[in-house]
Every structure is written in C-alpha cells, then in structure tokens.
Design a protein around this ligand. Structure first.
Ligand code: GRG
Length: 295
C-alpha cells in the first residue's frame, strides 16, 4: 500500500522534474544529458515524496509544494553524483546503473552535479510563479535548504565522514555524521513542505521531530543493507562502506544493535505524528517502510 502511494507521488514528481530539466538536445547537450541521466536513473523519490506528504499533513495541496519537492530531489541527485566520484567513494553503480562519471567522465559528472544544485535553487525560488506562494515563506525555505546543504548539513557531514575514516569513532560521533550527511536533507524536505503548506508552530515542531527520527532510521537501514542487501535490489554495490572503511551503525554497534536502533527511531518518528489525523497516513506508512525496506 505504501509503495503504491509512493509510486503515485513519484509519477507526479517525475513529470515535474521532466519539465524543469532542460532537454538533452539543448546546448551544450552533454551536460543536459548527464543531468537527466542521473535524475531519471530510478531513485525512490523518498525525500520529495516527504515534502508533498508534509504539506498534505497540514492540509495543503501537494501541487503547492511540488517545485520545492523537485528542488530537494535535484539536490539529492547532485549529492549522489559527487559522492560516487573517484575522489569520494569511487563507486561504479548507482540506482542500478553505471555512475555518472563512469558514463560521462569525471569533468562532466562534476559539472552535472553542480548544475543540478544551481537548478534546484532556480526552481525553489521560482515557487512563487508556479504556486502563488508568499515570498517570505519561500525565502525562509531557501535559507533552510541552503543551510542543510552546507557545512552544518550534507557537506559538513561528508567532510566529517571523510576525515574520520582513519580513526575509531563513538556512536555519538557516528550519529553526528549521519544527522548532517543524511538527516539534514530529510529534515529540510519535510520542513519545506510544512512551512510552504502553512504549518502552525506546533505542527512544524512535531514534523521536525518526525523528520529527524525518520532520517536516522533511514540511514541505519542504509548501513544494514550495505551488509545484508543485494545489489539487484539496492541498485548500488553491496559492501561499499567496508571497502571505503566507512564507519556505519553496523561497524560501530553491530548488526543486532543497529536493527534495534533503527526500530526505535522508526517508533519515535511514528510517535511524533500522534496528534495528526489521517492526512498524515503517508508519513506514518513511510516510518514503517523505512526500516523494513530491502532497497
Ligand atoms: C551535494 C550538498 C551536496 C554535498 C556534497 C557528496 C556530499 C557532499 C555529500 C554526500 C551525501 C550523501 C551522498 C549521503 C548518502 C545518503 C544516502 C544513503 C543516499 C541514498 O539515498 P536513497 O536510498 O537513494 O534515497 P535513491 O537512489 O533511492 O534516491
């Protein structure tokens, strides 16, 4: 049931992404082709679906936040392209296909990633035209999404991850990496939908708590799947974390404790939604799915 609802949201998101991305034939073709290649390589669209669902949870229509949802997915795809580069994880497989630099070369992959990042903010700032949203709300979201990408978010988390490879880390340090590297974008995805959808301060606070636990549950499961999963299902090489000597919940806490922590985070995410009605059912199902998924 959740996967059906996710597929419906993914279809809406994909159609909008197709409109926002320039055609592969436009000049210079190689960059547009490379951007489209990774965006349409088959991601789950979890983050943008959460943006749509957060808006719905506060009673707003999903079309209002569709540009913001697309911006989040463009940033996510950018981070995957850069994360896969030889200078980072040096991965050959992503979303079940050869990584961007494997197909287009490192220089084009770098540019395609950066161009997706720029397009994300072009789309986000254009929200006003598309949805008739108040400029102050859009500005608040632009600021928040930018911060989630910077040194307090994705880039900071990735930097911490890179420099901690050669030493042991505590569980608290690991959690700090994950909160920044993966959690920040989930948090921004949910909060963008809530803020643009007109959430009350209490609703925004509860959805933020949901997003933080959700992000952690997602990452713990990602770490587990890197050990127990199958490349045909996850679309990326299994064992990549160990090969890159990355610290994970499995390497730091062990498999059983990692499963327990994942279940606790999922339950805490669900509990944060207690005061919402059936409009938050997609988010509830997402919290259950995130720890039981095999891809
Ligand atoms: C691009 C803002 C920015 C920063 C660059 C490379 C980097 C710094 C940060 C790395 C962030 C990163 C790649 C984290 C990994 C998160 C993760 C487990 C991604 C997989 O997400 P899924 O499973 O993938 O949702 P799909 O393919 O389904 O979208």
């Amino acid at each position: 049931m959740f996967l059906q609802a996710l597929a419906a949201k993914a279809e809406t998101i994909d159609a909008a992404l197709d409109r926002y991305l320039r055609q592969a034939s436009e000049n210079p073709p190689v960059i547009h082709e490379a951007m489209r290649y990774s965006v349409f390589a088959g991601g789950k669209r979890l983050r943008p679906a959460l943006t749509l669902a957060a808006a719905q949870a506060v009673g707003a229509p999903e079309r209002l936040v569709l540009p913001a949802a697309c911006a989040i997915e463009l940033i996510h795809t950018y981070s995957l392209i850069h994360d896969d580069l030889p200078a980072m994880d040096n991965d050959d497989l992503r979303r079940g296909k050869p990584t961007n630099h494997r197909v287009f070369g490192e220089a084009v992959a770098l540019l395609a990633g950066s161009a997706l990042f720029a397009l994300a903010f072009e789309v986000l700032a254009g929200c006003r035209r598309d949805g008739g949203l108040a400029a102050e709300r859009i500005l608040a979201v632009v600021e928040e999404v930018a911060a989630a990408c910077g040194t307090a978010g994705l880039i900071g988390g990735q930097a911490l991850d890179v420099v901690s490879v050669s030493r042991t880390v505590s569980e608290a340090e690991l959690e700090a990496v994950h909160r920044a590297k993966t959690g920040a974008l989930f948090r921004a995805a949910v909060r963008a939908g809530a803020v643009l959808g007109g959430a009350s301060p209490v609703q925004l606070e509860r959805l933020t708590v949901f997003a933080e636990h959700f992000g952690l549950a997602f990452q713990i499961t990602d770490d587990i799947l890197d050990v127990t999963g199958y490349a045909e299902q996850t679309g990326k090489a299994v064992g990549s974390d160990a090969r890159n000597r990355k610290h994970t919940y499995v390497s730091v806490c062990g498999l059983e404790a990692a499963r327990r922590r994942g279940a606790e985070s999922s339950a805490a995410a669900l509990a944060a939604l207690e005061e919402f009605g059936p409009e938050a059912d997609f988010l509830r199902q997402a919290a259950e799915f995130i720890v039981s998924r095999e891809f």
